[in-house]
Design a protein around this ligand. Sequence first.
Ligand code: ZN
Length: 206
Amino acid sequence: MSSNVHAFELGRAPKCVDVGRPDRTDVEAAFRTIIRWAGDDPERPGLIETPGRVARAFEEFFAGYGQDPVLILEKTFEEIEGYDEMIVLRGIRFESHCEHHMAPITGQAWVAYVPNGRVVGISKLARVVEAYTKRLQIQEKMTAQIANTIDEVLKPQGVGVVLKATHHCMTTRGVHKPDTDLVTSRMLGCFRDNPLTRQEFLSMID
Ligand SMILES: [Zn+2]
């Protein structure tokens, strides 16, 4: 496996030059086109600054491309007095965008692992969730990416990740099913092999 493939599988941000990243003026012009296509006048006072605002909003929505989840997890702590029980960060709120409609996906993540001699700062678990969710995504893929990265970098005894989210492409358009959410999970190591470990984790999810 080439190192490029490896980096991609870990979800490292593709280099901006690889995708020919346009500059801000091109992006604002594109949003003016979309406004005209929707049927409105991008030059009217209420909309004149909208393309700039939307571009800044998109910078936030897609900030994950500039974050490296592997780097986030690299600093670990080994003075843990033999702690080897489950560590669970519950109910991490996230916002993402589906790669098929660029519509919001909003939900919560539960991230758990059983350490193997070292732990990571708990805020780093939330930052890994953010690095993967603030991209164009599908829920299944980001669930796997979060779990796989924690597994590969921390090398714990096991990892469990559950995501529960509402997809606005389903709730506000298309089939219009407002009260649905999608639950995805990825279990690795002892979370996959030991039903009691998995059950303990799942019992912490509401
Ligand atoms: Zn969608």
